[in-house]
Design a protein around this ligand. Sequence first.
Ligand code: GLN
Length: 527
Amino acid sequence: MSGLGKGIVSSSITKIMLMHGLKALPMKFDGYLNYDCGTMNPFRHGEVFVLDDKGEVDMDFGNYERFINMDLDSSLSITGGKLFSEIISKERKGEFLGRDVQIIPHMTDFILNKVKSIAGDKKLDIMVIEVGGTVGDIENSYFIEAMRQLALKEKVAFVNVVYVPELKVVGEQKTKPTQLAIRELMGSGIQANFIVCRSERALDRSAKERIALFSNLDEKHIIDNTDLKSIYDVPASLIGQGFDKLILEELDIEGARIDNAELSKWNEYAKSISAKHKRTVKISIVGKYITLRDSYASVKEALTHSAGVEAVNLDLNWIESERLEGTSDNKIGEILGGSDGILVPGGFGSRGIEGMIKAIKFARENKIPYLGLCLGMQLMSIEFARNVCGIKDANSGEFNPSAKDKVIDLMESQKDIKSKGGTMRLGAWKARIRDGTYAYQAYKSRIISERHRHRYEFNNHYADRLEKKGLVISARTLDGNIVEMVEWKGQFGIGTQAHPELKSRLEKPAPLFLAFIEASIGKENRP
Ligand code: GLN
């Protein structure tokens, strides 16, 4: 079932195996027919995650990277769309030698070959494969069949992540849905080796016994995955149940020992997030996809990592930007007044834009630390042009193509692009930071690399006018052409064209988020 936390379980297993000194990587199968996530609406599918290599992938990759602290590549994401398009192009080249092309064996062999070649190329000891969707769905059936076949040739441990609901009125954990899920998987020819049970509280004895009985497993193989204070507490909880040792046993891997120093380092970070601290920092996030929090998953995690390092509790105030439109200044003060910091995240399209601009104006005028991500940087520039430089019509070509002053405009390289999906300015790009800026204070480095996903950019034609009035252009691409960061002079407010949230990891928080949280708790590091 989606939303059950398969991604967190896969991330945790990969992390635990890495802590054992094994070379492990996660891989994701998604049954949908989209080639990748590039064309998906964040409202329906959550955030589109971007990798260094320009891949627009499922948001689970965010969790993988946050847990294992490595940059992954898009070969690890296999979708139904990618498979069909590769198979059909093979067929068009006549590579099936006159045969009719079938799901079994062609599609399944194709999947198996991919898994084997990736595992070989990357010299993996263990590959943790997450099959998206629900057992019994048509969408992922060929992935599940391929995995059944994989187990005929390789050592495979199957982990079935199931939901164990609890009926509050009777105070009883119901195992029937789990039994049906186990039976459904058996119907596909797969005997699970582990059942990971998502539940509100630890399984009681009788529930565990029943699940073990129906799944032909020893009770040790029924793993609790209860709601914890933070997702980063999951690896320790799994290790506490001996799950790591049991997986190694199942896979016949001998001699691997957990590196206790690595584990304690991880647990230390995790504890700083789940602990109750004396101080709380209140951050208002003003965006347009607020009703589906998954749209901002990486932003939330990046703030969480930095708040943990600073040992403060994080109080997130989610504000739908449309709510601020047509609202008086007094009312805006009421809504945003108690914020220690204000953040405007990325987004597309014109809905809610004016509300975000009002929030940025409020932050600037009231000297509240501000962080603008991609769209949030573009709107910071527009707000400054309108309200400080008096360029009343300042806008982005995205929201008003006929605006007189397009302070933000379509990138030259984007002008002839018609097709969607993989066509934006994507992936990792380097930027050069100017000395003596808040940006430099945050990164402590002149050359940085962050991930991108946008079509519009700061219009250089307006650079001088805005700079004269105090908007600092604090970073540009190495060739000097594209504005990468802007900031206010003398108060903490930074806008970045990149998405630094995509590279924040529990063990390595994003520098810009750390600087933002520090400024929000009054530890501002002035240039
Ligand atoms: N819509 C803007 C652009 O395409 C910003 C994109 C974003 O925030 N990711 O440039």
